[in-house]
Ligand binder design. Sequence first.
Ligand code: NAD
Length: 241
Amino acid sequence: MSVAIVTGGAGGMGTAIAEVLLADGFRVALLDRRGAPEAAARFGDQALGVEADVTDEDSVRTAVDQVVAAWGRIDGLVNNAGIELQHTMADLETITWQATLAVNLAGPALMIKHCIPQWRNQGSGRVVSVGSRTWLGGATSASYAASKAALVGLTRTACRELGALGVTANVVAPSFVRTPLSAVKGDSYGERFAAASPIGRLVEPVDVANAVAFLLSDRARAITGEVIHVTAGTHLAPHIP
Ligand SMILES: NC(=O)c1ccc[n+]([C@@H]2O[C@H](COP(=O)([O-])OP(=O)(O)OC[C@H]3O[C@@H](n4cnc5c(N)ncnc54)[C@H](O)[C@@H]3O)[C@@H](O)[C@H]2O)c1
């Protein structure tokens, strides 16, 4: 049975990703710095709650070891944990910049690093990093946009470096999705995204989860180094006010 780790597994998108992967027959480790056991408990014995902080290397190492000890393999790593702190360029503070890059960029790098020994043993593995449409240039936070653009560089580097181990690595880049992370932006923000969408709709967590599941599946075995936008077409919108 295939095994996936979903970081940020107790959050809005993480829960939806876990649900779809479980339906696809995966065992899923929901890794989160808070609420992981509770989130996993909702899904039964094919789900494992792993409390860990992706910014802390010891914590990441222990978490990966815990999953391998429980289930013996790691087929998919979904780098989904993320934070978004709103600020203008003029208001940028070092602490915000560092906190954002620690979770959104160093976190995925550490997760990939500590999965490599297992992928080397298996001769296979899949990385899907949850980026953001904002990697194209964001209106609400330079630190977030920079972290998500750098996540593309990180994931593409993993694609090149780990390909020989049978590992594929891709990014799923959603636009606005209603979750606890985006709640701070308010309802009207979502309405503006739906209005800017050529198909007139908002992206839902399950839409992102379906793209992740596809990239983890054998159907995507020849896709690597790619960025899949799950934006209802809003990555084509020049500016969403
Ligand atoms: N919601 C959106 O509009 C949107 C749009 C594009 C991309 N995204 C991306 O989707 C991903 C998931 O976001 P979400 O909307 O579900 O947010 P969310 O706040 O609901 O979930 C994020 C989860 O990450 C966890 N987390 C944060 N820091 C962590 C750390 N150091 N270690 C372990 N876990 C940590 C949180 O505890 C939380 O459960 C993020 O990477 C986000 O940037 C979200």
